[in-house]
Design a protein around this ligand. Structure first.
Ligand code: ADQ
Length: 469
């Protein structure tokens, strides 16, 4: 590294759909939680949607700051909110990338709205960029953002990270505009995926659909451009979660829950209410557990926390109704006057309170039908006590399952199989629980959110160092 490069002051600019300040990060979901953890340490600029929808003048971004971290937030108009956010992002890309072609709704107006918001965000962010900024764009909402910056003549090194799965070519090609989207990804210099299989799907697309090729050094060439693509599994702020789990709030919630449990074993699920999380299947698996292993009646309690998200999207109303029906019928069928088997709660909790609840639960039940990574699985592991750890029951379709020696890996479509895994966890001897947990803990502590950031940024800096200035 030359002296000039060593002394220049780099700033990290993160661009994501949602900018979450402090307390509202948890409600905004996994990405906001992770980005806040990253930015709190490094400082920099975080740009994106404020979360507000209004039809007045949209204008320039609103600037604010918290310590070393600056925010540039933009509102969306009602039409943009419908077309870009509810429409193309959440009714087209989200279901499609989670392999739900049946729920994927393609509308050209929504797609145009999506492009317009990407354009508007690019025009708002470009003037804020300093010469030495490293730009890191996040997730499926902003695939077209980088291309727009390039059109404006921005030559910065641009990184992109996809938090959700990248589907197999057979699936993504059902989208009429698949080629335009993948081509837009080639405006970035580095594209990060959660797992090897996401990278494989992307590489397959590039070679089989885009007429591109893999170069000797592993970079991908297509559409007249060369990009780097790699696997950077996201982690959690494990050290902090361990601290949270010992906090007063954690203790209060854990103790309250223990009073209700009265010696029963707890099973916990924590998810944004989303059809990708496999919640109906999970409820059915719990029902199957009580039927197949009746000795558990009156002796276990399942707590499912699932705050509603994307409530303006019809498919999310449907899943909510389905779950209310299922939880009612499971409790109606199995409850005793002194025992409620399933508690289904839709409110948010502080991260400390969640850590306290994770810590007392014998099973962390994480069974998405498809998930980019799933931070809850890692949070559950981080929050356990080494003396009496619980067991992680984890779907093979969560990105987290790629590096989860120690978890009981299940297929969420196999209701009886999930019930059997829960039974195995309930009767598992302490020694085995400890051994499995240690393996998981080592992974979660080592590959935490800071390691994820460092790994991605190290490669982005490498690319940046070769950029002609
Ligand atoms: P999400 O789909 O939002 O994230 P996930 O990774 O599980 O899913 O993260 C959810 C986050 O919200 C967790 O940190 C959890 O603690 C928090 N949370 C959930 N319910 C809560 C509640 N009731 N109260 C407080 N906090 C709550 C997307 C992708 C994932 C990927 C992440 C990060 O879909 O696959 O892991 O981004 O890349």
């Amino acid at each position: 590294m030359s002296r000039a490069r060593a002394t220049r002051r780099e700033r990290l600019v993160v661009v994501s759909n949602r900018v979450a300040r402090g307390g509202n990060a948890a409600r905004a979901g996994g990405l906001a939680v992770a980005l806040l953890d990253v930015l709190k340490r490094s400082g920099g600029l975080w740009a994106g949607w404020s979360g507000n929808v209004q039809d007045g003048a949209l204008g320039k971004p609103r600037m604010s700051a918290q310590g070393d971290l600056s925010f540039a937030t933009l509102d969306l108009s009602q039409a943009e909110y419908e077309e870009y956010y509810n429409g193309f992002a959440n009714r087209t890309l989200w279901p499609l990338f989670h392999y739900r072609i049946d729920l994927t709704n393609f509308d050209r107006d929504h797609y145009q709205g999506y492009l317009r918001v990407n354009q508007r965000f690019a025009h708002a962010v470009a003037p804020l960029l300093g010469d030495d900024d490293l730009v890191w764009v996040h997730d499926y909402h902003l695939i077209a953002f980088g291309e727009e910056l390039r059109r404006m003549g921005v030559h910065h090194t641009l990184g992109f990270f996809l938090h959700i799965p990248f589907p197999a070519p057979e699936v993504i090609t059902t989208l009429p505009v698949h080629e335009v989207l993948v081509r837009a990804l080639f405006a970035y210099d580095l594209i990060g995926f959660q797992t090897e299989s996401d990278l494989r799907s992307f590489t397959d697309y590039v070679t089989s659909e885009a007429g591109g090729r893999v170069l000797e050094d592993g970079r991908l060439e297509a559409y007249g451009r060369v990009v780097r693509a790699g696997v950077y599994p996201i982690g959690v702020d494990a050290e902090n979660i361990r601290r949270f789990a010992r906090s007063r709030d954690a203790h209060t919630h854990g103790a309250r829950m223990e009073r209700v449990l009265a010696g029963r074993l707890a099973i916990i699920g924590v998810d944004r209410l989303d059809y990708s999380k496999g919640l109906p299947e999970r409820f059915r698996a719990f029902d199957a557990l009580l039927r197949r292993y009746p000795e558990n009646r009156g002796r276990i309690s399942f707590l499912q926390i699932a705050p509603p998200s994307r409530t303006d999207v019809p498919e999310y109303k449907d899943i909510r109704q389905e779950l209310e029906g299922l939880s009612g019928s499971i409790n109606g069928e199995h409850s005793e006057f002194d025992w409620t088997p399933l508690r289904y709660i839709t409110r948010g909790f502080s991260r400390q309170a969640l850590a306290g609840l994770y810590r007392i639960a014998r099973i962390g039940l994480v069974t998405p039908l498809r998930d980019g990574m799933n931070l809850v699985a890692k949070e559950y592991v981080a929050a356990q006590s080494g003396h009496n750890p619980g067991v992680l029951v984890l779907s093979r379709f969560a990105g987290a399952a790629h590096r989860a020696d120690g978890a009981l890996i299940v297929n969420p479509y196999d209701i009886q199989g999930v019930a059997d895994a829960m039974q195995k966890a309930l009767v598992m001897p302490l020694d085995e629980r400890r051994e499995r947990w240690r393996a998981l803990r080592d992974e979660v502590m080592t590959n935490d959110v800071n390691a994820w950031r460092d790994a991605f940024l190290a490669v982005l800096r490498e690319v940046d160092a070769r950029r002609p200035r």
